[in-house]
Write a protein that binds this ligand. Structure first.
Ligand SMILES: [Cu+2]
Length: 353
């Protein structure tokens, strides 16, 4: 969580809004989709004999991701707590209650021109983080593209229409991502979650008072041929290879079917206890391949007020599902689209007594 400052109350009896401050940088990293170096899911596939996807070593690409720092010097990375270690490739979780505001100091440590563009929140033209012909000019366009080494402060507010609607639970999910060249920015790895809680319903750590545990999972196909770093990546992975990102075979070889940037059970185990109120926040990436069916083994969820054990995600979907697990054990959590499942879009969760 970012640091907090209290705003003066609009009226004396109202709880004052809070300014949530975040120091977020875009950093270049060597991202490992399989940090354990092997397939942890233990699922047999017909292709195992012929495909390298059967759990052979690490899958590493040069990528850029959002990371949180402790302050505006951007010298010290904020350590992710164990609870949020599963966010993986996703940027820091941004939280607020309705009535609050969010101030993000964004530092671009990469060699790319990047932005931060939030969904759902209220922003003016100087904090939209997306370049297009919108009739603005001058400093109002400074948010449209932050150059390598540059810093920009985005201020977003959280009116009622950014929070839960009448049919929602106590919190809703949004997303932020870089929107300079959107598809390339996202396939390079630049996206993160935003959770907005109903006014008066957040604990001091930002979590909704009626929820015991939260998980954020992004079912993301990363088209590595559409990453800014594909030439660099293919240069190091396949010496002498000719860059031809429109080649469908090359593209197919560089589609990575991940959950939070992990494949084949490499996502940290999502642990909960029987009887807890567990809230699952689900996201997806923006490729045409990002058509997913998130599926839980062993337990069921409520999504949109309806009972199910699968949640459909189209490109750039944001969904919330609530679970009260009653079934103890280690359970599969995976995409039910065959190509994705076979490609490694598999994680696990555990229900303890
Ligand atoms: Cu899928």
């Amino acid at each position: 969580m970012g640091s907090q400052k209290t705003l003066p109350a609009a009226t004396p009896q109202q709880k004052p809004g809070v300014v949530h401050e975040y120091y977020i940088a875009a950093d270049e990293v060597e991202w490992d989709y399989t940090p354990h170096g092997r397939n942890l899911a233990g699922i047999p596939h017909a292709e195992d004999a012929e495909e390298s996807g059967g759990g052979t070593g690490h899958l590493i690409y040069h990528k850029a991701i959002y990371r949180e720092y402790t302050d505006g010097t951007f010298k010290t990375l904020k350590i992710r707590t164990q609870q949020w270690a599963h966010l993986g490739i996703l940027g820091p979780l941004i939280r607020a209650e309705v009535g609050d505001s969010i101030r993000v100091v964004f530092r671009n440590n990469t060699h790319l021109t990047l932005t931060m563009h939030p969904h759902g929140l209220e922003y003016k033209k100087d904090a939209e983080g997306a370049p297009y012909n919108d009739g603005t000019m001058g400093t109002v366009k400074a948010d449209d593209g932050v150059l390598p080494g540059g810093t920009y402060t985005y201020i977003w507010t959280v009116p009622e229409r950014s929070g839960p609607g009448p049919m929602d639970g106590s919190s809703v999910l949004w997303m932020y991502h870089s929107h300079f060249v959107e598809s390339k920015d996202m396939n390079t790895g630049l996206m993160g979650p935003i959770i907005i809680t109903r006014k008066g319903w957040a604990r001091s750590d930002g979590s909704p008072k009626d929820v015991d545990r939260e998980f954020v999972t992004m079912f993301a196909v990363f088209d590595e041929t559409d990453s800014w770093f594909f030439p660099k990546n293919i240069g190091t992975k396949v010496p002498g290879a000719r860059l031809k990102a429109t080649d469908p075979v090359l593209r197919e070889q560089n589609l990575v079917y991940s959950i939070n940037g992990y494949i084949e059970g490499n996502l940290p185990m999502l642990v909960m206890r029987r009887g807890e109120h567990v809230r699952w926040y689900l996201l997806s990436n923006s490729n045409e391949d990002d058509v997913h069916m998130a599926h839980w083994h062993g337990n069921t969820v409520l999504c949109n007020g309806m009972r199910t054990d699968t949640v459909f995600l189209g490109p750039m979907a944001m969904a919330v599902a609530d679970m009260v697990p009653d079934n103890i054990g280690i359970w599969l959590y995976h995409c039910h689209v065959n190509d994705h499942f076979i490609g490694g879009m598999v994680a696990q969760y555990q229900v303890l007594p």
